[in-house]
Unconditional design. Structure first.
Ligand SMILES: NC(=O)c1ccc[n+]([C@@H]2O[C@H](COP(=O)([O-])OP(=O)(O)OC[C@H]3O[C@@H](n4cnc5c(N)ncnc54)[C@H](O)[C@@H]3O)[C@@H](O)[C@H]2O)c1
Length: 261
């Protein structure tokens, strides 16, 4: 199949909905073969069926991104089905807000486990797959979904910001390491502004209503609105493709101008 990522095998975490699902659709349209993972098995199953109906090759695998044994099983499934790995999109994450003084250590650890341990584990096992006998010499692209809140702080979002800031500098460090190793693996972070997904809808209570939140959050973006998952998926395709071949250790910010202030 022709396309901007034709022949590449891409693994996307948190693919059942939101930015992960739209990234899967966009990469599929551009010719990638897909390994889609999530804790939401039904969501992944129906997305795989949709992609197959549209003529794309895809498998779904159950995966808790904070569990290293799950990562080992996912990589084994990817290599067994497609024989190689070219792209990893570390997308799965959780978000919650609340005053730091009232955040429990268990909540803090859960945030760091799902949002940051996951990126470490995925990167570790992707480098192994991309440099192992199946992938040797071909390089690859690791795309770590951070956030505008990995660049700017936000009141009552300290744990989330810590996790996303960690993703940002982890990404740069591994990019330097891969550069020194000469293994052809590029590692970049992607920083969305507020995007209309389930995650966006999680803390409506703090705003009173969905409309009130949409109005207030839209105003934070000079472009005058929040983003759509497709607008982030476009960045994922760019970073996955060879069009970004001179890009590593960078931050791709797609935020309607949020961080321009
Ligand atoms: N939506 C936004 O406003 C926004 C802004 C900036 C960054 N982001 C980032 O974009 C990425 C995608 O966010 P989204 O808005 O699509 O979120 P979402 O909540 O719509 O989807 C997240 C997916 O991750 C899965 N998931 C959650 N915990 C998991 C785990 N332990 N293991 C595997 N899968 C798990 C969920 O089941 C879900 O399918 C996240 O990294 C998020 O932090 C989102």
């Amino acid at each position: 199949m022709a396309g901007r990522v034709a022949g590449k095998v891409a693994l996307i975490t948190g693919a059942a909905e939101g930015i992960g699902a739209e990234s899967a659709r966009a990469l599929g349209r551009e010719g990638a073969q897909l390994v889609l993972t999530d804790i939401n098995d039904n969501g992944v199953k129906s997305l795989v069926a949709e992609l197959e109906r549209n003529g794309h090759a895809a498998i779904g695998v159950h995966h808790d991104v904070s569990d290293e044994r799950d990562w080992e099983a996912v990589m084994a499934a990817a290599l067994s089905r497609f024989g190689r790995l070219d792209v990893l999109v570390n997308n799965a994450a959780i978000a919650f807000v609340g005053p730091t003084a009232e955040t429990t250590l268990a909540d803090w650890r859960r945030m760091l486990a799902v949002n940051l341990d996951s990126v470490f584990l995925g990167t570790k096992h992707a480098i192994r797959a991309m440099t192992g006998k199946e992938g040797a010499g071909k390089g690859g692209s690791i795309i770590n979904i951070s956030s505008i809140l990995g660049i700017d702080g936000a009141a009552t979002a300290a744990a989330y910001c810590a996790s996303k800031g960690g993703v940002r500098l982890f990404t740069k460090s591994v990019a330097l390491e891969c550069g020194e190793a000469g293994n052809g693996i590029r590692v970049n972070s992607l920083h969305p502004g507020y995007i209309h997904t389930s995650m966006f809808e999680t803390d409506i209570a703090a705003y009173g209503s969905f409309d009130a939140k949409m109005k207030k959050v839209s105003a934070l973006h000079p472009i005058g609105r929040v983003g759509q998952p497709e607008e982030i998926a476009a960045g994922v395709v760019f970073l996955a493709s060879d069009e970004s071949s001179f890009m590593t250790g960078s931050e791709l910010v797609i935020d309607g101008g949020y961080t321009a202030r």
